[in-house]
Design a protein. Sequence first.
Length: 106
Amino acid sequence: MYAIVRSGGRQHKVSVGDIVEVDKLSTAKVGDAVELSTLLLVDGETVTSDPWVLAGVKVQAEVVDHHKGAKIDILRYKNKTGYRRRQGHRQQYTAIKVTEIPSAAK
């Protein structure tokens, strides 16, 4: 059984026991339980995508860690004008472990 969930404007394919990196959940502390909204639920041969049914299905997960991603270097350069800019960025992530995917009520 797996589900497609939405977090931080992105979609992730998860199953029970998976550890997934999502954009930082600023309100959650390590060890807290979080709920993720479900977009699609696949249980063997049964595929559930009806939004009315999935409105009651929330994937349960536990916050494992908060960390930063790899550094991205942004360089801007224009020839012959002396224009150079350097900028860096490190995205904040939260690692969550999926603990439960409830089945859809029919």
